[in-house]
Design a protein around this ligand. Structure first.
Ligand code: ZN
Ligand code: ZN
Length: 191
């Protein structure tokens, strides 16, 4: 256990690249590059590493909110009392990230709202265009209420879809034209 979560890469340390192979710098679930915000590399007890966002998405959907099951080996990792973002960072992966990403953002995980939020920006961080919060989905159904909420959100999504809007607009236009033609025909036959 010589791995210290605050460990920074020391280029003169002889075992800085023990094993020879650099670690995977992409999350095995979402294939996103690890970073120091929502895609912080988090290591489970089984030593498998995934990004914080994927673990949060899994936890939100899970019926066992106090543990995380590794998607690779199915081992369970109990969540820290202070929440998912307090899982140990993978210091090996972090050490391979650019210097600007060596300091991890302080993130809050709100499971009930399915949100990850930036709590504190590291003082050393250069000005970055980082969004302050990230939706990771709705919590796994507790009551039947969530079902109707989901239907409602699907409906809203459909109404927001530009294609559907275009369809509705064009049908209204066609109806108007038909109506006008009918009125003209009626007026002509009457006259
Ligand atoms: Zn991921
Ligand atoms: Zn595992």
């Amino acid at each position: 256990m010589e791995s210290d979560p605050n460990h920074l890469r020391d280029p003169y340390k002889p075992d800085a690249d023990d094993g020879g192979e650099p670690p995977d710098l992409e999350c095995a679930i979402c294939f996103c590059q690890f970073n120091n915000v929502f895609n912080t590399p988090k290591v489970l007890e089984c030593k498998h590493t995934f990004c914080l966002e994927c673990l949060a998405r899994m936890n939100v959907k899970s019926t066992h909110p106090n543990t995380i099951q590794c998607p690779l080996c199915r081992a369970y990792t109990p969540l820290p009392d202070l929440g998912l973002p307090k899982l140990a960072n993978d210091s090996t992966v972090l050490s391979y990230l650019p210097a600007a990403m060596q300091h991890v953002y302080s993130i809050r995980f709100n499971r009930n709202k399915g949100k990850l939020q930036v709590k504190r920006v590291p003082s050393s961080a250069p000005a970055q265009n980082v969004s302050q919060s990230l939706d990771v989905g709705n919590p796994a159904g507790e009551e039947g209420e969530s079902g109707s909420a989901r239907e409602r959100s699907v409906l809203i999504t459909i109404l927001r879809t530009p294609l559907c809007k275009a369809f509705i607009m064009s049908s209204v236009a066609i109806m108007t034209v038909i109506l006008v033609i009918t009125i003209i025909l009626i007026l002509r036959s009457a006259g």
